[in-house]
Design a protein around this ligand. Structure first.
Ligand SMILES: Nc1nc2c(c(=O)[nH]1)N[C@H]1C(S)=C(S)[C@@H](COP(=O)(O)O)O[C@H]1N2
Ligand SMILES: [Mo]
Length: 196
């Protein structure tokens, strides 16, 4: 009889998160309007040679489909989002990182930035997504191209991504400069930075 009250917690939902069936849109600042053929993806910073990829370069790389959960720090989680795109690990052979690289600054059309430790960036489930549930990624969800980093809070999943800068020292992104945690693991509730 207590079953109704003590509903077992879904083990896929991190602490402090509430499930939603919808896929809310969360954007701070402008929503860029880009055609796929206008998209450029820059790989810069501490690399042997910088690269700039166009849409056809991205389409020529292996294409992957992947289902992942999506956790926003404002406490909503959406399970089983189906993305299509290019895995970060399939992109990275195009550049040679210098050995001191330990961090990545992700920058976007519209000015948004976010930072990632290199080891969080180089994960097999991280995707440069251009497809959402078998349709072209809608503009408000980051189309034509966004980063998806499922194991961290969704502010790391940068929409309208424009490039990755590979760095020896950490450079904080937009929300990280404004009080969010530098890493943002939802399972550890790394929501805000400790320092004031
Ligand atoms: N360029 C850009 N990327 C962004 C954001 C943003 O404001 N600008 N918001 C982030 C936040 S806080 C979240 S929760 C997710 C939301 O993605 P969605 O709008 O597709 O749900 O995008 C992230 N990526
Ligand atoms: Mo968010």
């Amino acid at each position: 009889m207590f079953g109704a009250f003590f509903k077992p917690k879904n083990p896929r939902v991190p602490p402090g998160q509430i499930l939603t069936e919808k896929f809310p849109v969360l954007t701070y600042g402008p929503v860029p309007d880009l055609k796929p053929e206008e998209v450029r993806l820059e790989l810069t910073g501490l690399v042997e040679e910088s690269r700039v990829l166009g849409w056809s370069d991205l389409m020529a790389l292996p294409q992957t489909e992947q289902v992942a959960d999506f956790h926003c720090v404002t406490r909503w989680s959406r399970l089983d989002v189906r993305w299509g795109g290019v895995r970060v690990l399939d992109l990275m052979p195009l550049v040679r990182l210098s050995p001191e690289v330990q961090h990545v600054l992700v920058y976007c059309y519209g000015g948004y930035t976010t930072n990632l430790p290199l080891e969080d960036f180089l994960r097999p489930e991280n995707l440069l997504a251009h497809t959402l549930f078998d349709r072209p990624l809608p503009r408000e969800h980051g189309g034509p191209l966004r980063l998806v980093v499922p194991h961290l809070y969704a502010w790391k999943s940068a929409k309208w991504v424009r490039g990755f800068r590979f760095l020896a020292q950490e450079e904080l992104g937009f929300w990280e400069q404004n009080g969010y945690h530098r890493r943002g693991d939802p399972w550890k509730e790394e929501r805000f930075s400790e320092a004031g």
